[in-house]
Design a protein around this ligand. Sequence first.
Ligand code: AMP
Length: 282
Amino acid sequence: MKVITKIATMRKYAARAKKAGKRIGLVPTMGYLHKGHMSLVAAARRECDVVVVSIFVNPIQFGPREDLKKYPRDLARDKKLCAGSGVDVLFVPSVREMYPHGFSTFVDVRGVAAETLCGASRPGHFRGVATVVAKLFNIVSPDVSYFGEKDAQQSVVIQKMARELGIPTRIRVMPTVREKNGLAVSSRNSYLSDEDRKKALSIRASLARARKAVLSGEHRASVVKNSVKDSLKKASGIRVDYVDIVRAEDLMPLKKLKGDLFILAAAFVGKTRLIDNIRMRI
Ligand code: AMP
């Protein structure tokens, strides 16, 4: 496995692979890799000739009062995991390499897809995400790029950005990987104490209950949403950020549950903000 830190080197590697007729798969991450990330790597390994994993804790997607400084990092462990999973290139640029002095170009996706839900709670977040992902797409020129449905809104924003900017990469969105108890795996779970982890389970549990209610015929979004909110409010140690039900394609809010949709929740367990969702096709 090659570890590349410079944009020019990454670009040359990608150009050579393309010239040799190879299909490049890109898995963009912020590192501290877990089995959710590795499921994306496995999909890329199955479907592409060259697998590139990027690790970059992207400062511009963190708000001023968010966890950039304490975001978990363990490059040595990440390297081992990638080398053992058939990754060809680990692209690990520095902040200076990605955002040299004077950097002032941003990709700003507007509208419902980017300005609601996490976009409303974390102003500027998707601007940071879209900017770094567009830049990674330009550097790596992947034929296929892999994202997780755990961050459903991020996937929709990136698909919209790539489509509207004419970036020729196919985007694959892979299912959420969970712990046995149902907790969605996340690098941020490392902030949680054992007690917090138990509390965090109520996010998944209330979404699962909502799914049950929908399957038994409750199709009024307000009723389903309020029941999720109520059960989260009752859970101890949880502060709800949002609960919403939206069309999967473009995240338009739904009044009636119909078609392909997400029930999404964001909540704080202590200081840790967690997100999860359930996708339903009705
Ligand atoms: P992150 O390092 O948190 O920025 O995540 C990098 C990629 O991994 C994103 O596309 C995430 O959606 C995806 N991802 C994170 N957690 C999971 C999970 N539990 N299951 C599947 N994909 C995930």
